[in-house]
Write a protein that binds this ligand. Structure first.
Ligand SMILES: Cc1ncc(COP(=O)(O)O)c(C=O)c1O
Length: 368
């Protein structure tokens, strides 16, 4: 049996008519830049997140960039994040001239270690980017409190965490800004690149709205210099068609994750993901941990099961950061996780037969 890590085709086919109709409507109206389809999605997504404002942008990367500019992060300001995230998070700190500071993560959740976060704060620190890795939020009440005590701007990189919650609140509630990616494989994904930011702050919203579209107030009047970071209305229409299904898809991901955890937690050599009390994990990825990761991955590949590693090299050990003064051993938990984590297939449409086949093969591997 062949099982992909994510099955974009199955997802499309499950609501094909709705998506085809939405795309055709944009084409029929030749509404290709800004316009009502984008506005509709922004309103619907803000409502979904229970946030005051949502602004579409061109990717999850530009979303983090917008948030850092809105936060007024400038040269040599320190911004704290984690080593076990996609490089987009740290790239954006460099885009604005900021200094990347890292705090290690907890072994059980792979999310920021709050004690280390506090210890990493210096008088030069101006912002924190919390990453809701794999779809789980850390204790955002604690982090908000720390940010307030130190006067820090709080950004939530929620690229992997649409519909996730901490104590009943989604990204954008505790943070000043939350950024999202709508990359096709994400829990809410479009048919190309796409992203968005949400905030409850009117001023930040206005600023980011200007920034995404050349600082325009009218067609040829520009209040500030900005970017062409607009979300394409064709993508917004796809997202609008998908959004009403996101809650159901999230429930399915959680159900599949529960099945894996029940079936795999008896295997001593595996650690299944920990869902912290207070967190609603949305399982963008279902990560298991094992010291036999590489041979297990090859074994599953031979059985037709596609797995992934998110991420195999922690950021402080990336060649791109060779000159940043980091060294091996600086963030031991992230380094250990990079060697042991394995993402097994999870997506709303994965069938019971597929899940059982995955569990059967993992079990068989450890019984050998
Ligand atoms: C945590 C995190 N931040 C930012 C991004 C960047 O998003 P995009 O690929 O849409 O630019 C990603 C994408 O995978 C991500 O996982």
């Amino acid at each position: 049996m062949k099982i992909p890590l994510v099955d974009l085709k199955a997802n499309y086919l499950s609501i094909k008519d709705e998506i085809d109709k939405a795309i055709q409507e944009v084409i029929d109206n030749t509404s290709f830049i800004m316009g009502k389809y984008l506005k509709n999605f922004e309103e619907n997504y803000a409502n979904f997140c229970k946030a005051k404002h949502a602004i579409g942008c061109s990717s999850g990367t530009t979303a983090v960039h917008l948030a850092l500019i809105a936060a007024e992060i400038k040269k040599d300001y320190e911004v704290i994040t984690v080593p076990n995230t996609f490089i987009a998070t740290t790239e954006c700190i460099s885009y604005v001239g900021g200094k990347i500071k890292l705090a290690d993560v907890n072994e059980d959740t792979a999310l920021i270690n709050i004690e280390q976060l506090e210890k990493t704060i210096t008088p030069k620190t101006k912002a924190i980017i919390v990453v809701h890795l794999y779809g789980q939020m850390p204790d955002m009440q604690k982090i908000r409190k720390i940010a307030d005590e130190h006067g820090l701007f709080l950004i939530e990189d929620a690229a992997q965490a649409h519909a996730a919650e901490w104590n009943g609140h989604q990204p954008g509630f505790y943070g000043d800004i939350a950024s999202f990616s709508f990359f096709p494989a994400k829990n809410l994904g479009c048919f190309g690149d796409g992203g968005g930011v949400v905030t409850n702050n009117d001023e930040l919203a206005e600023k980011m709205r200007l920034l995404v579209n050349h600082g325009r107030t009218t067609k040829y009047e520009h209040k500030i210099e900005g970017f062409n970071y607009r979300l394409d209305p064709l993508q917004a229409a796809v997202l609008n068609a998908k959004l009403p299904h996101l809650t159901k898809w999230t429930d399915l991901r959680r159900k599949h994750a529960k099945f894996y955890t029940e079936q795999l937690s008896e295997i001593e050599e595996i650690q299944t993901p920990v869902e912290a009390k207070g967190a609603k994990h949305v399982y963008y990825m279902y990560e298991i941990r094992t010291k036999k990761r590489d041979i297990l991955m090859q074994f599953l590949k031979d059985k037709g099961i596609c797995c992934g590693i998110h991420y195999p090299i922690p950021l402080h050990l990336q060649p791109a950061y060779d000159t940043f003064g980091f060294k091996k051993g600086d963030y031991p938990v992230s380094e250990m996780l990079a060697k042991e984590i394995l993402s097994i297939p999870i997506y709303p449409e994965i069938t019971e037969e597929q899940r059982k086949y995955i569990v059967k093969n993992i079990t068989q591997f450890f019984r050998k």
